[in-house]
Design a protein. Structure first.
Length: 200
């Protein structure tokens, strides 16, 4: 029946007829899965927000209604069963009882005890404003001291600049330039003659 229904659905999709598929949500309430019928051996897909269908990967999935969907081969339902809640709760209760019995048997003694004392202070608006004003006054004094030091440094730099003698020209330091003329005895070309007349 499964192969027949899939071929029928393939023919319906080829002809453009609508094929209605069953949809269910996973436990997260967001992920939507769809299949023709949620039974063993049927194909199951994840329906994305933009209407794309992706084969459901292998694994166990909890559905919103409490059922467990097992997929052993990608995109094919292996089984659908109800959750087994009662057995797990009994096992958990037994484990808690056993753990509480062990806890009562061995009581751990601490190696070191640390005591801490905390002190909280509450101020009125007047006290807070007085504290702020006193801190501002301290900061202003520090800034004034820094500014005075900067002014002293500027004065010292200015006096050092005045102490430096300006550079003057020394007329005795004239070095004669070497007057070298290249290729004076060659014959003059037409270009040389034109350039010579232009330079006069």
């Amino acid at each position: 029946m499964n192969k027949a229904s899939t071929t029928l659905n393939a023919i319906k999709t080829a002809l453009g007829m609508d094929v209605k598929l069953a949809t269910m949500k996973l436990e997260d309430g967001v992920t939507v899965i769809e299949a023709e019928v949620f039974e063993e051996g049927n194909a199951v897909n994840i329906l994305t927000e933009d209407e794309q269908k992706i084969a459901l990967p292998e694994g166990e999935y909890k559905l919103e209604d409490g059922m467990i969907l097992k997929v052993e081969e990608e995109g094919i339902i292996a089984s659908i069963s109800e959750m087994e809640v009662k057995e797990e709760e009994e096992v958990v209760v037994e484990e808690e009882v056993a753990a509480s019995e062990k806890a009562t048997e061995t009581v751990a003694t601490p190696k070191k005890v640390v005591e801490a004392v905390t002190k909280e202070s509450y101020f009125t608006k007047e006290e807070v404003s007085q504290l702020i004003e006193s801190k501002l006054a301290e900061l202003k004094l520090e800034l004034n001291g820094v500014q005075k030091e900067e002014e002293k440094e500027e004065v010292e730099l200015a006096s050092e600049e005045m102490a430096v003698k300006p550079i003057t020209h020394n007329p005795e330091n004239n070095e004669p330039f070497a007057n070298v003329k290249y290729s004076q005895k060659r014959t003059m070309s037409t270009l040389d003659r034109v350039m010579n007349k232009l330079s006069k």
